[in-house]
Ligand binder design. Structure first.
Ligand code: ATP
Length: 355
């Protein structure tokens, strides 16, 4: 089932929670709604589900206007952050629930329900747990059962609101890989809300980045990470260093660094902000040209294969975070308080007046 979200605007009293949202989700796609707290992710998910009505715009399922339809008529499955399992029911009964409450004419037989529940238990790798109660399961296991329960009624669309939000980091990671694999096997159109960048980059076919009720960018994980549309997206998707500078006489100047970048030779004089990821900072023991800046090493964290360096530029006192691999770190013999030279290998230039 495809979903088209057309010109959706939502107010809570006079507060505009969503502003003219347009998005097409293809059949079988797994889309993440990613954004900071309060950006409107849950509100948009609830509008897709039919749990909330929009003030303007429409929701189209497979070409059919569904805006006025109730949640029961939309065939959506919902999984929440806080496992909404029935505490007094076993795992089996929780999964069977949605099938048992169907009107008599549509209700499967006892035998069919049993078979379906066992298929779902196998799917979420919980075959042994049918007779347990939710209180006898770990958080991760409960979320897998919540997913099995949502899938039992064969929804056309699966909506997940921070489904792993309440779990610890390790379990979260395991479960999101598991969800990705499950989705590859059974590609049901899914919308996944998260405020965790890594989770969205790991799980989604496409990511929709929301900020203050507006879409900042839509793209595959590679697209939004490598080609962020604006400084907000760049900042939101990972650690960045900010270098203030300017374009002057066709050159990009970042402090004492002057770079010839063909795309800016015609740009005219302007202030710029340039964003550089820590792994895009080149480190050297000597200044090899005017693209290198002197910086003092303030702090070294050398745990694991990646070494994090915290540096302070000597020319303007700004802090820089850099990442290098352990081999290079050993080869250079870096020490705290040492002065080294850094060069931005790759960076994005944003002209503030454009955003
Ligand atoms: P979080 O990650 O914190 O869950 P979110 O991106 O999902 O945030 P929403 O829950 O969609 O954000 O909320 C968007 C904005 O709308 C917030 O400012 C919130 O306070 C407001 N809001 C949400 N629901 C209501 C409501 N029922 N009444 C009034 N304001 C609301």
């Amino acid at each position: 089932m495809s979903i088209e979200i057309c010109n959706i605007t939502k107010y809570f009293d006079s507060f505009k929670a969503l502003s003219d949202i347009n998005l097409k989700i293809n059949t079988g796609e797994l889309v993440a709604l990613l954004g900071p707290s309060g950006s409107g992710k849950t509100t948009l998910l609830r509008i897709i589900a039919g749990l909330e009505t929009a003030d303007e715009g429409s929701i189209i399922f497979d070409g059919e206007d569904t805006t006025q339809k109730s949640i029961q008529d939309r065939r959506v499955g919902f999984v929440f952050q806080h496992y909404a399992l029935f505490k007094h029911m076993t795992v089996f009964d929780n999964i069977a629930f949605g099938l048992r409450v169907r009107p008599a004419k549509l209700r499967p037989s006892k035998e069919e329900i049993k078979q379906k529940v066992h298929e779902l238990l196998a799917l979420v790798k919980m075959e042994e747990m049918a007779n347990r109660y939710p209180s006898q399961l770990s958080g991760g296991q409960r979320q897998r059962i919540a997913l099995a329960r949502a899938l039992a009624v064969e929804p056309k669309v699966l909506l997940l609101d921070e489904p792993f939000g309440a779990l610890d980091a390790k379990v979260r990671k395991e479960l999101r890989r598991w969800l990705r694999k499950l989705h590859d096997k059974y590609p049901i159109t899914s919308v996944f809300v998260t405020h965790d960048q890594e989770e969205a980059l790991d799980v989604a076919d496409r990511i929709v980045i929301l900020n203050q009720g507006k879409i900042e960018q839509i793209g595959t994980p590679e697209e939004v990470y490598d080609n962020p549309a604006n400084p907000f997206v760049y900042n939101f998707l990972g650690n960045v260093n900010l270098f203030h500078g300017r374009i002057h006489n066709g050159k990009v100047e970042l402090g004492s660094i002057k770079l010839d970048l063909p795309e800016y030779t015609e740009a005219g004089d302007k202030n710029i902000i340039s964003y550089i990821r820590p792994h895009d900072i080149e480190i050297s023991l000597e200044a090899k040209g005017n693209e290198f800046i002197a910086a003092e090493i303030i702090f070294i964290r050398a745990i694991g294969p990646i070494v994090n360096l915290e540096l302070r530029r000597l020319d303007n006192g700004e802090f820089i975070e850099a990442e290098i691999n352990k081999e290079q770190y050993r080869k250079l013999g870096l020490k705290e308080k040492q002065v080294i030279y850094v060069r931005p290998k790759d960076f994005k230039v944003f002209i503030p007046e454009d955003y």
